[in-house]
Design a protein around this ligand. Structure first.
Ligand SMILES: Cc1ncc(COP(=O)(O)O)c(C=O)c1O
Length: 385
């Protein structure tokens, strides 16, 4: 959608194509030309808009796209993305045939999947590319060390199944500056790779790295890196940033990709000692000018931001007064002269010298930046700028 079209919108999310390209290039510099870069576009590209992000990511050199669900994978294929697409999440048995038909790569970890997948392949006269997910200590999806060999052997019994990849995922790499658990997981993964090699089971694409491990530990790269949050210009955590500093390395220069904007629905004068919003949780201490902003928790603006956050209007901070409603918030613009109906409001992003980041909102509600961006309602239009 172009900028003029956005003028009709109640709210919109702007995706900065240059920032996204810049961040991908930072990763490319880190991992080199030969390794594959998988752009993690699952969860609607962490709320950024899967199609908009995928288009830019592919143009910026992303080799693979990583989605969570069958539905996300199919959507990419329907929009004619031809890159290899890896489904990172679970595909129900009944969806396997469709996954094969759309040439989606599958993350597998259940013996039952193998039989059913092979059957789907025979019906379609197609092959399926599998990525074995190895349990190294996250205890999410994964094949245990004891089962890996028999799983790989079983998969090889089916001529329709191609063992293309093998992967794992870190449990404790963002939350700490002590990376001993991550090291333990990496050692486990390497031991399993060694065991497969000894048994002459060759799997070409080995991958384990997310943003934090890509930033901190080159020995996690293997053949492909699956970056998400930092591709979107956000640090995985303060601890990752600090660990980078502790390694005496210059941190990556990451540029936030997403801004979330709307416009003022009404400007109103409210007398001193008036109660604002549901529950009368805020009472004015002076005559106040309020901007009624048409965004609420339905849109992904967390209700816990009630009375604690701010938005940007005319490049200045306007504090929220009262509770976040389902579809509205109320901002105090008394100290920002000249605010009018339809004035642009920045909920997340920069405005002049001021900014409000996903990290700011995350610390106000006690969560992580990942959750702030991924929960922005997917129905809100994403605009590439
Ligand atoms: C399997 C898998 N790989 C890669 C990623 C990307 O992680 P990050 O966003 O920390 O880079 C995720 C994110 O949750 C994931 O679940």
């Amino acid at each position: 959608m172009s900028k003029p079209e956005s003028e009709k919108l109640l709210q919109w999310v702007e995706i900065d194509r240059f920032a996204l390209t810049h961040n991908i290039r930072q990763f490319r510099r880190l991992i080199g030309k030969k390794r594959k870069f998988l752009a993690t576009v699952k969860a609607n590209a962490y709320g950024h808009g899967m199609l908009e992000v995928s288009q830019t990511a592919v143009a910026a050199g992303a080799d693979w796209l990583g989605v969570q669900s069958l539905e996300e994978g199919i959507l990419l294929r329907e929009k004619e993305f031809t890159s290899p697409v890896l489904v990172l999440g679970h595909v129900p048995f009944e969806g396997l045939k469709e996954a094969v038909a759309h040439e989606l790569r599958l993350t597998v970890y259940n013996f039952e999947t193998l039989e059913r997948l092979a059957q789907a392949c025979r019906e379609l006269r197609k092959k399926a590319n599998l990525h074995l997910k190895i349990e190294t200590g996250t205890y999410r999806q994964g094949i245990t060390e004891e089962d890996v060999l028999s799983f790989a052997r079983k998969a090889r019994e089916f001529p329709e199944l191609v063992l293309e990849g093998i992967s794992s995922h870190f449990a404790n790499i963002e939350d700490t500056t002590d990376h001993s658990y991550a090291q333990y997981q990496l050692d486990t993964f390497k031991r399993i790779l060694g065991m497969l090699e000894k048994n002459k089971i060759e799997i070409p694409l080995k991958h384990m790295s997310c943003s934090a491990s890509a930033i901190l530990f080159p020995d996690t790269y293997f053949d492909m890196v699956r970056a998400g949050i930092s591709m979107y210009g956000l640090w995985p955590s303060k601890e990752t940033f600090l660990s980078c500093r502790l390694q005496n390395r210059e941190p990556l220069l990451l540029k936030p990709v997403l801004s979330w904007k709307t416009r003022v629905a009404q400007v109103k004068k409210v007398p001193r000692r008036a109660f604002i919003g549901y529950g009368c949780t805020y009472r004015t201490s002076r005559e106040t000018i309020l901007a009624v902003v048409p965004v609420g928790y339905y849109d992904g603006y967390d209700r816990r931001l009630s009375n604690s956050s701010y938005v940007l209007v005319k490049g200045k901070r306007a504090p929220l007064r009262g509770r976040v409603c389902m579809d509205f918030i109320l901002a105090d613009v008394t100290d920002i002269p000249g605010v009018e109906v339809e004035e642009e409001v920045v909920l997340l992003g920069k405005d002049g010298e001021e900014s409000i980041t996903a990290n700011d909102l995350a610390s106000l509600v006690g969560t992580i930046n990942y959750e702030i961006v991924t929960r922005i309602n997917p129905l809100i239009p994403r605009i590439l700028i």
